[in-house]
Design a protein around this ligand. Structure first.
Ligand code: ZN
Length: 338
């Protein structure tokens, strides 16, 4: 979490003047003077972009648009997924990553409602989507930058509303056997397969990422209807959740699309390669005779604003969206007395 002082300096840098709405009174009698615009922009350009985007707590008041690529970009006019809905609950609310392009938010709701109605899936637990204005997050979470990626837990939603604390602490279910070569039949169900198939069947969905063992299970049980399988791509990790990636939406001229999948079901050579890799990991490695010093990993360079499309500067500088307060629940209507 950024401390208040850091948020204050960021606001000063981004907007040229302090945003006072939620700031404590400044102790100094002389208010800080804004840095000259050029110097300020140069300083912003050197800062890690993730710090700048994390400081924005609300979406940018701009027309919705995804700018850049899934791993290098930002989001204008982001919409927040409500923490609770008829068929979903958003998790890890403290991260403030339940924001996406309005299309993403609408599609998550649709998936949640359709899967509950038709697939025997109790409802979605929704993990990370994007930050309010998108942008880079921690290096291990490379995508999710333009509001078009969403993580959905493979744990079905409980029938009660989770508390805020539970949403922070609850762990998702590990879906594989301990050797990670197959799904664990004690936790994997047909409803999991139906949910993933439904997500991949939406025209708006570009890819669905799952662990290779989950992909294998889907390949084995798919039967004759296999077209949707081509969108389901095996990637390591993704054994507690699956990842949905949406296509560039209309009105996002600056959104760079991903190369479409090859068109086959992806159950052949590609999956075989993954299994070679999975088996290789299981083989015991011979102990080296001489103690070798572990190689120092090169720290990955953090993305800065200069790595992102120019539109992202405007996204950062735009004022906050004004979100209308939620209407109070209407008092339960009484049946009219006859
Ligand atoms: Zn993800």
């Amino acid at each position: 979490m950024l401390c208040r002082a850091a948020s204050f300096s960021l606001a000063l840098l981004l907007y040229g003047q302090p945003v006072m709405a939620k700031m404590p009174p400044v102790p100094s009698p002389k208010p800080a003077q804004p840095a000259p615009a050029k110097a300020r922009d140069a300083k912003l350009a050197r800062m890690p972009a993730k710090t700048l985007f994390k400081a924005a707590r609300k979406g940018a008041a701009l027309t919705p648009a995804s700018h850049g690529y899934y791993t290098r970009g930002c989001l204008a006019g982001g919409q927040r997924l409500a923490p609770d809905g008829p068929a979903w609950q958003a998790m890890r609310l403290s991260r403030n990553r339940n924001w996406g392009h309005p299309l993403t938010v609408a599609m998550i709701k649709r998936l949640a409602i359709d899967a509950k109605k038709n697939d025997g899936w109790a409802g979605l637990l929704v993990g990370d989507i994007s930050m309010p204005r998108g942008g880079p997050m921690r290096p291990s979470h490379a995508s999710h930058q333009i509001g078009l990626d969403a993580d959905i837990w493979l744990t079905p939603m409980p029938s009660r509303t989770l508390t805020r604390t539970e949403r922070e602490r609850l762990s998702a279910t590990f879906m594989l056997t301990s050797d990670q070569l197959a799904v664990n039949p004690t936790v994997w169900t047909d409803a999991h397969a139906k949910l993933i198939k439904r997500a991949a069947s939406f025209r708006e969905v570009e890819r669905v990422l799952v662990h290779p063992a989950i992909k294998k299970e889907l390949c084995l049980k798919a039967g004759k209807d296999r077209q949707w399988l081509g969108k389901v791509r095996p990637v390591r990790g993704h054994n507690y959740h699956f990842h949905i990636r949406f296509r560039c939406p209309p009105g996002s001229a600056g959104c760079r699309p991903q190369k479409p999948p090859t068109g086959d079901d992806g159950c052949g050579t590609e999956l075989d390669k993954w299994y070679k890799w999975l088996h290789a990991r299981l083989k015991p490695r011979p102990k080296p005779k001489v103690t070798v010093k572990p190689r120092k990993r090169k720290a990955r360079r953090l993305l800065t604003l200069t790595d992102l499309p120019p539109a992202c500067r405007l996204v950062l500088k735009a004022p906050d969206q004004i979100i209308a307060p939620q209407p109070r629940r209407a008092a339960q209507s009484r049946p009219a007395a006859n």
